[in-house]
Each structure stands twice: as structure tokens, then as C-alpha cells.
Write a protein that binds this ligand. Structure first.
Ligand code: UGA
Length: 433
């Protein structure tokens, strides 16, 4: 089928290449000329495992092209909208500028009966509003939220755990058949596919992310209690996680969640619920956000305390900048936030991340970036682990102790073995353990 994907960020670029890998003819469109030039040359503009392979394969097969010109997507049967919906500068709500301009850009180029499938995370009510705009052009609109995780984006796109189609009552049957044809090879594997109305599909996405954020903040709240009682939150998570109704996933306490999705989605949901007069229904999300932000400050406080309240001039190795491993994404990253706060307090912060050095340097040129993990550790008076990269998890406490000036470690992700580190002479502090 002929497809277009409007917006070539983490979501759109992966979706475009993944759809090409399923055999479709895909044009990826973005207004950012630099990004389109890179993608056209087979260079991923961000780090995502497996993406470069499907990008290069798509380009080589001729199934995948990129453009900045809406005229180039005019022949598409289905247009996926994968643009960003960041937090508004003037509040917690979602900024829909990019979604609106994608629709406006498409309007003159829609062929009769074309289907627009929105994938971006939008406030409930958006699809119904956009449907009114595209209907006079003879186009159809549905909402098909995306649940991919960064670091697993390719796998999650070609092998999702479910598909959700939010459709209109008028054209729903036709639109379901069209999208089923796009995802035929995914549906052959009996992937659950739920057909809903617009509002439900929009809510499924924010409800899922709100639930995940709540689960993380729940365990971080338990970490706060563990800190004043001497309990170990990791053992607590293991123990409650054995209950299949609770489950162990997303119960890792630490510096909390970040990224381009969870933080802004809970804020946008709160703002939308307030607009709808149901602010109290999701009032707990404000606490989820507050608990989450407290954990970043908690790590900073622990480090400051280790220097008797005077971190000025002390060398601190901050391991991690990305908001999660296997990503170079630093949007709302707890790791980067910790580095910036410590630097702001006068500590001599040296940061290292296996992938996110460039993205961090662009956003925060004032920070010091080590050339390697060893360079970051060299002479450190405190080591702070803030992204759960496997390289950090695999650090040998005995060898690492030889590199630093003082064996003091703060495990902001609870990924190190406290016993092994203490046995190697380290003063180990985890988060709620
Ligand atoms: C999240 C959701 O998990 C995806 O399902 C969703 O599609 C995506 O947002 C989106 O809206 O597009 P992602 O932002 O890639 O995916 O990141 P997560 O894997 O959810 O991790 C978010 C943050 O939570 C990271 O900073 C991670 O370190 C932190 N986290 C995760 C914890 O602190 N503890 C945990 O137990 C798990």
C-alpha cells in the first residue's frame, strides 16, 4: 500500500521504516530539512537499536523515501500522523501546534477517501475536532495510538502487544478494513486488535502512560518510607511483584521517570481533565508527578550531605544522561537534571553516557563531559549512577575503587549489588534500600 508518515521523530521515523519493512511504499515527511537529509542518507538522527538496519534496507529496496514537501505524499492511501505533542510553555496542557499544522499541510493533497490515522498522543476530543476539518475533503480520520518504548521501538512497532483503532461511526467499517490491510502481517500473528470510538482510543494511550507513571511513583513513595524505616525497597518490590495481580515490572525505585512521554502525558491529562470539569478524578497524578520530582532532589541531597553540605569544588562523576538506557533521548531526563542541579551547587560534575553525550552537550554546553567512563571515574570523590545502562551495572567494584579518589557511590537506579560494593570498600547508598 502507499503510505505516508507525517513527522519523523522517534515515533514517526521508526514507523515509516517499519511499515516499509512490511512491504509498503512509504514516504516519511518532516519540516526539518536536516533530519530529512540524514534519514535520506540512511543516517539515523537518534539512537534506537535496530533502526539503522530497517532504515537502510527500506532505502535500498526503494520502499522508503523522505521528503519535506506535502505534494510528495499526495498518492498515499493512508497518512499516519506521528508529530510531537510537547508540553505547552504556558502550562501543563499539550501543545497541538504540530498536529494542527500536519493536518493543514495534508489538506490540499488528500485524495478522495484517503485515511488519516493519528498516532500522536493527544488530549481526548482532538480526533473528533480534526475529523470535522478533513471531512469536507472526502477524507476519513481514525486514531491509532502508539505504545512503543524507546530502546525497543522497532520491535514494538512490528510486533506490538495490541493495536487500538479509534474510528468514527460513519466510516469505521471501511477504515478498520484499510488499517487491517496495512497491519496484515502483524494481525496474522493474532495480535489483539481493539476497535473503539475516538475518545476511548485517545484515553487508552494516556491511561496506559498514567498507570505506568503511577506504578513507578508508587514504588518510589515506598522508597521514601523505606528510607526512614531501614527497609529495602528492592526486596519489597520483589516480594509484592510475585503477586501476579501486581507484577514486578515498572517497580524499580530510583531517580524516577523522565522522557518525552510519561511526564508530559500525565500533566496533559491533568490539564484536560480539569478542562472537562473532572480534575479531581485524576488529582492523584499531581502527586505522582511530585513524588517523581522529589526523587531527583533526594539524590542531590544525598551527595551534598556526603560533602558535609559543601559540595563546592568536589569532583562528582555522574554516570548517565539519557532518560533511560539504549536511548540518546535527554528530554526531561532525571539523570541530566541531577547533573545540572549538582553543577548549580558548585560541584565539579563530570558526566558520562554511552549514547547521550551529544544530545546533552547541545542542550547543556555548560556541563563537563568525560571522554570515556574511565575518564569520568578518574579522581572522583563521589560516583552517582543515574541511568540504568548495562555498562554501569557491570562495573567491577574492586577495579572501579582503584580509579576514584574516594570510594563513595550513590546508586540512583538500584542496579548495583550493595554487598559486593561494600565488600570492595565502597560507601554504598541506594534509593530506599
Ligand atoms: C513510555 C511507555 O512505556 C510506552 O508504552 C509509551 O508508548 C511511550 O512512553 C510513549 O508514550 O510514546 P518510554 O518513554 O520509552 O515509553 O519509556 P519507559 O520505558 O516507559 O520509561 C520511562 C521512564 O521510567 C524512564 O526514565 C525509566 O528509567 C523510568 N522507569 C521505568 C523507572 O524509574 N522505574 C521502572 O521500574 C521503570
Amino acid at each position: 500500500m502507499q503510505l505516508s508518515v507525517i513527522g519523523c521523530g522517534y515515533l514517526g521515523a521508526v514507523h515509516a521504516a517499519a511499515m516499509a519493512s512490511l512491504g509498503h511504499q512509504v514516504v516519511g515527511l518532516d519540516v526539518d530539512e536536516g533530519k530529512i537529509a540524514k534519514l535520506s542518507a540512511g543516517e539515523p538522527p537518534f539512537h534506537e537499536p535496530g533502526f539503522e538496519d530497517i532504515l537502510k534496507a527500506g532505502l535500498a529496496s526503494g520502499n522508503l523515501t523522505f521528503s519535506t514537501d506535502y505534494a510528495d505524499v499526495a498518492s498515499a492511501d493512508v497518512h499516519f500522523i506521528g508529530v510531537g505533542t510537547p508540553q505547552r510553555r504556558d502550562g501543563g496542557g499539550a501543545d497541538l501546534t504540530y498536529v494542527d499544522s500536519a493536518i493543514q499541510g495534508l489538506l490540499p493533497h488528500l485524495k478522495e477517501g484517503a485515511l488519516i490515522a493519528g498516532k500522536s498522543t493527544v488530549p481526548v476530543g482532538t480526533a473528533a475536532r480534526l475529523a470535522e476539518i478533513v471531512r469536507p475533503r472526502g477524507a476519513h480520520l481514525m486514531w491509532n495510538p502508539e505504545f512503543l518504548r524507546e530502546g525497543f521501538a522497532v520491535k514494538d512497532t512490528v510486533d506490538p502487544d495490541r493495536l487500538v483503532y479509534g474510528v468514527s461511526p460513519e466510516t469505521g467499517d471501511t477504515d478498520v478494513a484499510t488499517l487491517d490491510a496495512v497491519y496484515a502481517s502483524i494481525l496474522e500473528r493474532d495480535t489483539p486488535r481493539l476497535v473503539t470510538d475516538y475518545a476511548t482510543a485517545e484515553l487508552v494511550k494516556v491511561a496506559a502512560n498514567s498507570f505506568l507513571a503511577t506504578k513507578i511513583s508508587f514504588i518510589n513513595a515506598m522508597a521514601e518510607i523505606a528510607e526512614v524505616t531501614g527497609a529495602d525497597v528492592t526486596q519489597l518490590a520483589d516480594a509484592i511483584g510475585h503477586d501476579v495481580r501486581i507484577g514486578r515490572k515498572f517497580l524499580n525505585a530510583g531517580v524516577g521517570f523522565g522522557g518525552g512521554c510519561l511526564p508530559k502525558d500525565i500533566r496533559a491529562f491533568t490539564a484536560r481533565a480539569e478542562e472537562l470539569g473532572r480534575g479531581e478524578s485524576v488529582g492523584f497524578l499531581k502527586q505522582v508527578d511530585e513524588i517523581n520530582l522529589r526523587r531527583r532532589q533526594r539524590v542531590v541531597d544525598l551527595v551534598v550531605d556526603a560533602f558535609g553540605g559543601q559540595p563546592f569544588g568536589h569532583r562528582v562523576a555522574v554516570l548517565g544522561l539519557a532518560f533511560k538506557p539504549d536511548s540518546d533521548d535527554i528530554r526531561d531526563s532525571p539523570a541530566l537534571d541531577v547533573a545540572v542541579r549538582l553543577k548549580g551547587l558548585g560541584a565539579e560534575v563530570v558526566s558520562y553516557d554511552p549514547q547521550a553525550m551529544e544530545t546533552a552537550r547541545r542542550a547543556h554546553p555548560q556541563l563537563d563531559y568525560a571522554a570515556s567512563l574511565d575518564d569520568a571515574l578518574d579522581g572522583a570523590e563521589a560516583v552517582v549512577v543515574v541511568t540504568e545502562w548495562k555498562q554501569f551495572k557491570a562495573l567491577d567494584p574492586v577495579a572501579t575503587a582503584q580509579k576514584v579518589a574516594r570510594p563513595v557511590v550513590f546508586d540512583g537506579r538500584n542496579i548495583l549489588d550493595p554487598e559486593a560494593w561494600r565488600a570492595a570498600g565502597w560507601e554504598y547508598t541506594g534509593m530506599g534500600r
